[in-house]
Design a protein around this ligand. Sequence first.
Ligand code: C5P
Length: 205
Amino acid sequence: MIIAVDGPAASGKGTIARALARHFGLPHLDTGLLYRAAALRLLRTGGNPASEEQAVAACDMTGIDFADPELKSEAAGGVASRISAYPAVRAALVERQRRFAEQPGGAVLDGRDIGTVIAPNADAKLFVTASPEVRARRRFDELERLGMPLPFADVLADIEARDARDRNRPTAPLAQAEDAYLLDTSSLGVEGAIAEAIAAVTAAT
Ligand code: C5P
């Protein structure tokens, strides 16, 4: 069973994907971490995000610590959002994601293009969303928890800029797959959102 969970930044898709993985006993891949890891490598090596060639070179995942809290920083997220628009960067990361999706027994993947590009034949697809203000509030709280606080207005502006980049890029833009279940978490608590996600996946499979 392959479960695809897509949606914009801070929509709750990561929390939902992890809960689905636990519930259905499947491995989970947060594909945003791959783009963030490439971005962080680029930042740490003084690379230029405006160079597609340098961004592709940074997609080598050798030695990446996926538990590094810096991956969650706004700096890494911002650069990830920029370099993820390069077709060659997406191409460099696609195989790793497809291999994960196609492992025996199935998997849960969350990202922007799982249901549309990485696993178009997924058994269940969710498109998780929430208003920009609600998502900015969640991200603001998360950054505070991580000890990397930023003013709310900056977080909201960043979410809106990232949405625009993710939705408007020509290659694999953020979009709801035709056969995806739309889950709006704006007025749902974590438990409510998870319950609705489990029900939607159960109905689809
Ligand atoms: O989901 P997360 O915010 O960690 O992703 C960071 C950035 O990586 C996103 O803004 C998006 O531009 C990019 N991304 C992507 N495709 C994915 C996952 C993430 O383009 N499947």
